[in-house]
Design a protein around this ligand. Sequence first.
Ligand code: 4NP
Length: 150
Amino acid sequence: MRSILFVCLGNICRSPLAEAILRSQAEAKGMALRIDSAGTGSWHIGEPPCDHSVRVAKAHGLDIAAYRARQVCPGDADAFDVIVALDAKNVADLKRMGMANVYKLGDFGYGGEDVPDPYFFPGFEGFEKVFTMIETCCTTLMTRLATGLE
Ligand code: 4NP
């Protein structure tokens, strides 16, 4: 089974949304995919996603309340076929860990843009924007996974 790991900084805002969105798209298409998410940082290990991410997911019919944050580890490079980072800093951090199979989510639909870190946005609106960005890019990512990423 193909496997994908989404990576952001804290694993409490962006990458849990990416995990849930791609999982739901894969289920809808009947595509067998193992999907997980992790953070480059250790601050939030074991914590649930942030309230705004839980809320925006719920508004779109996805339940991420039971997700728990974990930190990315070197073994993830072998454990997952594809690692998809949410921003350029995440890409750089993963490459510094020696990972080669790293992609950036914004390259699948937003001209290489970073998915901005909504943790530092005031209010809820940033999370709707981030949800839309992730959903759009995941739709393309799904197609590319079916046809070959390279
Ligand atoms: P995320 O957001 O990377 O989308 O999960 C963040 C969450 C927490 C922190 C940074 C980003 N933090 O510094 O604690």
